[in-house]
Design a protein around this ligand. Sequence first.
Ligand code: UD1
Length: 436
Amino acid sequence: MSEILVEGLHRLRGEIGIQGSKNAALPMMAAAVLHKGMTVLNNVPRIQDVFCMMGILKSIGCKCSLDGHTLTIDASEISQTQIPREFLTAMRSSVILMGVLLGRCREAQAGYPGGCTIGKRPIDLHLYALKEMGTQIRETDGELYARTEGLKGSEILFSYPSVGATEQAVLAAVLADGVTLIQGAAREPEIGNLCRLLNHMGAKISGIESDTLRIIGVNELKDTVYDIPGDRIVAGTYLYAVMAAGGEAVLRGICPAELNRVFQTARQMGAKLEWENLPGASFIKVQINDRPDGIWVKTSPYPGFPTDLQSPLMALMAAGNGNGEIRETVFEERFGTAEELRKLGARIEIQKDRARIHGMYPLRGETVQAADLRGGAALVIAGLAAEGVTKIQNSHHIFRGYEDICGDLQALGARVRYKDLIQRPYTKTGECTRNL
Ligand code: UD1
């Protein structure tokens, strides 16, 4: 069983670089399939979800090689249009390959997707966009069969700014015939990055970073090299980790503007922040001396507070001083980590979509279970503010999105380690060695 051990109550100090963004890398890898040639992505995080997406790309005929953090995808030949079920259940975002395969091969087959256990995660908006663009979709025994005579540019109006559905529609529109207008699009920075990569490849997308994207279909794309930006959610996790433990740290390699709302929470809780947005040299510096205060926060689509940092923030407040409240509006049932935090002595009351949190510093070390990616990272944060040793079991969930959470926090002076080094999900040069 994968396990992370955290010895709490040690202040952090130091400087680390932030890994490339998971949520930017995954749709970019899908985008590479649109091009009959090579796409090279730099700064790719070596995480389980990336290995999973590589597995899917290989299974449909792409050649992929990951050398350090540089991923080369050769999609000259696509040999099949069915996304294997084992990958779909492991990673929900694989569903965006449907639009890509329809654009490239005019057909796609996929089961209903999986991912973290954080409530209902329907794909109705994905299917709506594909249908609007001229796709016929049939469902038999939980398997989706999609076919098109050729995707057609059309007007798509989303009733909710879904990140995945927006990416799906953008990817489908790139090689479609005519102009696609996507209104009500999600504005997460990862979508801006996907559109910029696609434009590098020869796509014609305008309105980037707004909620209205206009895409003029093109016939073909070209070879491209692109740098994946730093992961704002990993940066936010480490920012809260420093605040939970106390101390000061510099986090390098992220775009501070993407963390505006997160910075606001950190300052309200008592942290001092400085940042610099220099091309290739951006950083944030966080310093905190007292226990963090409780605050009121609501999650919402970007530029609101990210749902992916909801459990890390809950852990921080649980280890703080004072009372706070979090309202979760993006994913229902995303309060699963509260129960594990309570085992560490946290006082959290859940009522529907609201969690009331009473700071109980210091928490006390216990054995807890990670049930999802961000919830697992939240338990590491709580462990940093707990007396004694916190054992986080099922820590493999964390490897879906954090390349080396223990190594990063050790570099800041934290006493945190993998129980067994063999647990690490990848080899230094190769791919995933085990099925997690
Ligand atoms: C992406 C991110 C995830 C993040 C989430 C919200 C990736 C790989 N994952 O997930 O880390 O937590 O955005 O910021 O980028 N919905 C529907 N119908 C749909 C699609 C979504 O009702 O067809 C609902 C979902 O159930 C959820 C909400 O919309 O309640 C947000 O989902 P969405 O923005 O699509 O998230 P993902 O793309 O799955």
